[in-house]
Write a protein that binds this ligand. Structure first.
Ligand code: GUN
Length: 283
């Protein structure tokens, strides 16, 4: 039995998706029908699942979605051209290029081509800069979803010790900036961190996004801490597990997100939120 409160990301994401759907209906009355383009290059099975889930969440919320599947051998200049077309397409308000891209394509070049006002991932340098200077335009979906979870659980962030394990551009770095903006004292650990436990065991809020199954265990967690597990790892037995060992962690934490049903659904809810936000700005 878990001692920690389980933070239900599925339920919260459903509440947010309902709110998005009502905003979409209102926008349509005002003459704007929000549209999202999702670009997938290659046939990575996990990416295919994510893209399908994003498209069906759009459908359920009344958002038009267009999935563009391109072969793995697509050249960088061809992908740039697709982005330019989407930038100029008035029915598309949000553009998402599913990462990772094949190795022969420079992801940074592609992201820089997206119109920053259609960059619903918040990965364009302009949007990263605005987030860094405390005036965000589009917030990256996963960290944005984590902030919504903390808010809905009434977790005090101001003055809290927040420790993030993983320093990616998609999760770790923007997560740090959002927590910092809310007054947390933030530490970002990475794969070279010498004594990881020394950091994690100080955390009031611990966010783990490493892509390494079960790497944070209960003995590394401060009793009563809020533990946010961003990892989604498919194990040999086909089961999903997080980057946090749930069994031991849930005996020590005060609250914890499960995998699946924690952060994952929130990422999609925030993608829809950002798409509607982008559409509203065209009014
Ligand atoms: N791959 C894993 N997470 C993400 C994400 O949030 N956005 C995009 N575009 N690709 C991803």
């Amino acid at each position: 039995m878990s001692k920690a409160k389980i933070i239900d990301g599925k339920k919260l994401s459903n509440d947010i998706k309902k709110e998005v759907a009502s905003q979409v209906a209102q926008l349509k009355l005002e003459g704007v029908s929000p549209g999202l383009a999702v670009v997938l290059v290659g046939d990575d099975p996990a990416s295919q699942v994510y893209v399908r889930n994003k498209a069906s969440a759009c459908d359920a919320a009344g958002i038009y979605s267009k999935v563009i599947n391109l072969p793995a051998h697509t050249k960088e200049h061809e992908l740039l051209k697709v982005i330019q077309e989407l930038n100029n397409d008035e029915i598309i308000h949000g553009i998402l290029v599913q990462l990772p891209l094949p190795a022969h394509i420079n992801s940074a070049n592609i992201i820089q081509e997206i119109n920053p006002n259609k960059d619903v991932d918040g990965f364009h340098i302009n949007n990263v800069g605005l987030l860094t200077t405390g005036n965000p335009n589009m917030k990256p979906c996963t960290p944005y979803g984590v902030m919504k979870m903390l808010e809905s659980e009434k977790v005090p962030v101001w003055g809290a010790e927040a420790v993030i394990v993983g320093a990616s551009n998609i999760v770790g770095k923007p997560m740090a900036l959002l927590l910092l903006a809310q007054g947390a004292t933030v530490t970002i650990c990475n794969s070279k961190t010498k004594d990881l436990s020394a950091h994690t065991s100080r955390a009031d809020i611990l966010v783990v996004a490493t892509g390494r199954p079960n790497m944070v265990t209960g003995d590394m967690i401060k009793p009563g801490a809020v533990v946010i597990d961003v990892g989604i790892n498919r194990m040999e037995n086909n089961k999903l597990c997080g980057d946090v060992e749930f069994e031991s962690a849930s005996q020590v934490a005060g609250a914890i997100t499960p995998v699946p049903g924690g952060v994952g659904p929130m990422t999609i809810a925030m993608l829809l939120t950002n798409t509607v936000e982008a559409a509203k700005r065209t009014l």
